[in-house]
Design a protein around this ligand. Structure first.
Ligand SMILES: Nc1ncnc2c1ncn2[C@@H]1O[C@H](COP(=O)(O)OP(=O)(O)OP(=O)(O)O)[C@@H](O)[C@H]1O
Ligand SMILES: Nc1ncnc2c1ncn2[C@@H]1O[C@H](COP(=O)(O)OP(=O)(O)OP(=O)(O)O)[C@@H](O)[C@H]1O
Ligand SMILES: [Mg+2]
Ligand SMILES: [Mg+2]
Lengths: 229, 229
């Protein structure tokens, strides 16, 4: 479902060149939980952003559902993401002036759901991540880990085909991490979703089918794992 | 050096009351590395914010170096923090328009250092956290873990007596976590600093002298540990 070929991303800052990605080749199968694992600064977030069309590559090609992502314009990319993609950002990117409930209903806004149906789906998702009692809190009225969970609920609420999850459990304790990963992996299996997961947390990577080890913008090796169940 | 007595924090939201802290009693000894450990939403960040004077308690008292923190006004608190405190925030709180180097020199600005001395200290600190090649990058030109390390460098650059570290390694891989904790614990020992650390990461809590287990705004138990060296 995702086909990445010779992907490169170079950031230019004045004279300096940063080779964030230096030739990535990777195929991700539909329904797979694929974990990107690597040290701080190795290129994981950059790879996720490129595949989701949030940034343009310097070289190389990205096919998602056979759509050439690097060739789409802004409008086409927005439409593509709205239709197929859920994104959990490393820094959450919640709307600071909206409550947890409003943040999670947002992706459902332009999809023809009634207000009642939107709220029902959002409440269900927030309860599933343990935030049933925080529905009307704004981000600055919640803990770091609670904000992270709102961002997770938002990405999953409309059960998109592909989820990009950038460090979804970085601010969660072990027990909450397990609950969240159980939920994520369970939903992925039930709805046939594909998950491209970035995590330093071995608790989270335990749920992956494959672990792709990244170092200095290149794939070092790929670890095949027994599916977690 | 820190004496917390019957500390309570209640957030009121309309009709709803959230008991973030429900009677905390804790003494922290000078030079100690004290880790607060607990689930997401248990009150760790709130406790740190209260002790650093960033928020006012609902009830109870906080003595830091025998200064009654809850009684100071904004101006006195700012002065107190400038003099004695370094804070590593759960969401970093870097200045988005300043480079890594500028962010780290900021705390040294009002202290009588020459510009040359400030830069020298900041460069040394940034190299110590592995960011010697990111000095001129702004936060949005760095990875999540790199931003976290800038925030750590900034808190330590003027070797304050007390460091509040809220999840300093949440976005770091195991190897980088170890390097950073070695640095933090090593500096604390060398300069006699006291560290109040919040972490879900057992890699980080391994460096603590004591682990304070927090649950629903109360201390559940305190675990004494062999000093990490
Ligand atoms: N301004 C606020 N208004 C209402 N409730 C709040 C506010 N700030 C925090 N809370 C609540 O207080 C509780 C404790 O929050 P705190 O940020 O201290 O948790 P934490 O232990 O740091 O969690 P995490 O590990 O997720 O960072 C949470 O349940 C949170 O929802
Ligand atoms: N806009 C930019 N300009 C210059 N360099 C950048 C920019 N964005 C990212 N980088 C650099 O590209 C490299 C890869 O960044 P990326 O965010 O993908 O790392 P990461 O693997 O997600 O790290 P972390 O685990 O710390 O989140 C880093 O060294 C970073 O400094
Ligand atoms: Mg990242
Ligand atoms: Mg917190």
């Amino acid at each position: 479902i995702i086909k990445i070929e010779n992907l490169k991303k170079v950031y230019r800052m004045g004279q300096e060149k940063v080779y964030a990605l230096n030739g990535i080749n990777l195929d991700v199968v539909k329904g797979e939980i694929c974990c990107l694992f690597g040290t701080s600064g190795s290129g994981k977030s950059t790879l996720l952003n490129l595949v989701a069309g949030l940034e343009k590559p310097t070289r190389g090609s990205i096919l998602v559902k056979n759509i050439p992502i690097e060739k789409l314009n802004e409008k086409q990319l927005a439409k593509f993401r709205q239709k197929y993609v859920g994104f959990i950002f490393q820094s959450y990117n919640l709307m600071p002036n909206l409550t947890a409930l409003e943040n999670v209903t947002l992706p459902l806004m332009f999809k023809g759901y009634s207000r009642k149906a939107r709220e029902k789906a959002a409440v269900k998702m927030l309860k599933a991540v343990g935030l049933g009692n925080r529905l009307n809190h704004k981000p600055n009225q919640m803990s770091g880990g609670q904000q992270q969970r709102v961002s997770i609920a938002r990405a999953f609420v409309e059960k998109p085909e592909i989820i990009f999850a950038d460090e979804p459990t970085g601010n969660l304790d072990t027990k909450t991490t397990e609950e969240v990963m159980e939920l994520i992996a369970g939903m992925a299996e039930q709805y046939g979703q594909t998950i491209l997961l970035v995590s330093h947390d071995t608790e989270a990577s335990d749920y992956a089918d494959r672990i792709v080890h990244i170092r200095d913008g290149e794939i070092e090796r790929i670890e095949e794992k027994e599916k977690y169940k």
